[in-house]
Design a protein around this ligand. Structure first.
Ligand code: DTR
Ligand code: ZN
Ligand code: ZN
Length: 464
């Protein structure tokens, strides 16, 4: 039975990894019937073509555009934080009762909205501190869009702009996600950090405890520390280019000039994420530095005066907020969260997973198996899954080759053929694997069923 040879597999390093390769050639059997048709006839459990389920089960709003964030709601959160400070010695600082009361307020809102919340404890200056992490159920666990703000104030004041503004802004964005029933492609996570004013202690504690495999899943960490300064500037973090561009697009559409945030490196909770190699972005409306005449020209406000005259002072109260900056920046947060959490989770077609670990095939012996674990591919495998095989053997007619899917279902790639005395199998088979989930462990099973000739599997790969 003449078989058109598939492409010779390129030599690669002996690891299982995801690579992009040119599409393989379908192997045709005599008479033009594709291997797929032959495979369907041969498999013990015929693979019925299941509908692509990548989008199945999606409910709720998959709104493309971000909704407006109610600045009235953001200010209502700020009023609560002000009341908490008033009732707790005038501040919401790490280790003081006002901080834990602030966290309990935010947590209560998120729990009621359906978030999965976690309170992470740590110690700083001999005092217990707390981070609040909130996960919005759903979205690809391999792609996390993460928005954070520190919730603590300095001891000298209530910290309404620094950083009630960022905390209230991301809280209202998170509550709007729930109200909208937003179903992002990526997973959404929000955090309210403790002890930032002591040197990003809470956020650094979180990052240090996060396994490297989990850090690598964070597509972007977005930091919001002071977004309602009374004499506001519009600064965009110039770290991750993609996040920076998303924010710049938002402001450009509203004809608001922005400047890169350059003096904040290491000065807020994005620093531990950046140090760990996580792409970071964020917004800032200014602190103790004075607004220049040029900046006043484009942003309004008062030249020669600090962006926030009450920075780290007792006067950082509910009156220390510019509502326009708070409103615009809260909308910018929503725009970035919606934009960065849409799409971009399924690797492009032509993505390959390889196993280049050689495997000896015992002559007239038991079958051997070589595994490939596929991750990051939601939904089912395609009806034209490519299985590229490279076997070095002196009599290929001795060999039976099967693909075993994550379900355990077996797909016959090559039967034994005593009349085929040629050497080696270097072939790409096309398999209708649409009944299988793409993610999971796939196995190539090879058996030498006749004596006197032997060989080894050099490597194999799956291309989606
Ligand atoms: N360190 C922050 C305030 C701050 C000062 N410069 C920047 C730049 C970027 C973010 C924040 C800041 C605080 O006092 O909380
Ligand atoms: Zn501060
Ligand atoms: Zn701050």
């Amino acid at each position: 039975m003449p078989v058109l040879h598939g492409p010779t597999l390129p030599r690669t390093t002996p690891t299982t990894r995801r690579t992009r390769r040119p599409r393989a050639t379908t192997t045709l059997l005599a008479g033009g019937a594709t291997v797929t048709a032959a495979l369907l006839a041969l498999t013990s459990a015929p693979a019925t073509a299941a509908p692509t389920t990548a989008l199945a089960g999606r409910t709720g709003t998959a709104r493309a555009a971000a909704p407006d964030i109610s600045v009235a709601n953001v200010k209502a959160h700020l009023a609560q934080l002000q009341s908490i400070a008033n009732a707790n010695g005038g501040n919401r600082a790490h280790g003081r009762s006002g901080y834990k009361a602030s966290l309990d307020y935010v947590k209560g809102k998120l729990d009621a909205a359906g978030y999965t919340t976690t309170v992470q404890q740590f110690t700083s200056s001999g005092v217990t501190g707390y981070n609040l992490i909130a996960d919005w159920p759903g979205g690809s666990a391999d792609h996390v869009v993460f928005a954070g703000s520190h919730l603590d104030s300095v001891t000298r004041g209530p910290g309404i702009n620094d950083n009630g503004s960022g905390s209230a802004g991301i809280l209202e964005v998170a509550l709007t996600v729930a109200r909208e029933g937003y179903k992002p492609d990526k997973h959404l996570r929000f955090a309210w950090w403790g002890a930032e004013e002591l040197g990003m202690v809470g956020s650094r504690n979180y990052v240090n405890k996060l396994p490297a495999a989990e850090r690598s899943k964070i597509d972007a960490y977005l930091n919001f520390d002071m977004i309602g300064s009374p004499n506001p500037g519009y600064f965009v973090y110039d770290d991750d280019p993609k996040a920076e561009q998303v924010f710049k697009d938002f402001y450009a559409a509203r004809k608001i000039a922005t400047e890169p945030e350059t003096e904040g490196d290491g000065r807020s909770d994005h620093a531990p994420f950046k140090d760990a190699g996580v792409p970071v972005g964020g917004l800032f409306s200014g602190a103790e530095y004075s607004k220049t005449a040029a900046q006043a020209q484009k942003w309004g406000g008062t030249a020669g005066q600090a962006f926030d005259r009450c920075y780290h002072s007792a006067c950082d109260t509910s009156a220390n907020i510019n509502d326009t900056a708070l409103d615009t920046n809260s909308d910018a947060i929503a725009y970035a969260v919606w934009t960065l959490s849409s799409g971009g989770t399924t690797p492009p077609a032509g993505t390959s997973f390889e196993n280049r670990t050689p495997l000896d095939i015992p002559d007239a012996g038991a079958a051997v198996e070589s595994p490939i674990t596929v991750t990051g591919r939601p939904g089912n495998a395609p009806a034209t899954l490519k299985a590229g095989v490279e076997i070095r053997h002196s009599y290929r007619g001795d060999l039976v080759i099967d693909l075993v899917g994550p379900s355990g279902r077996t797909y016959r790639l090559k039967p034994a053929d005593s009349g085929d005395s040629a050497a080696d199998v270097v072939e790409t088979y096309t398999v209708d694997a649409s009944a299988e989930t793409a993610n999971g462990t796939w196995k190539l099973r090879v058996q030498d069923v006749a004596a006197q000739d032997e060989g080894r599997l050099a490597g194999w790969k799956l291309t989606f």
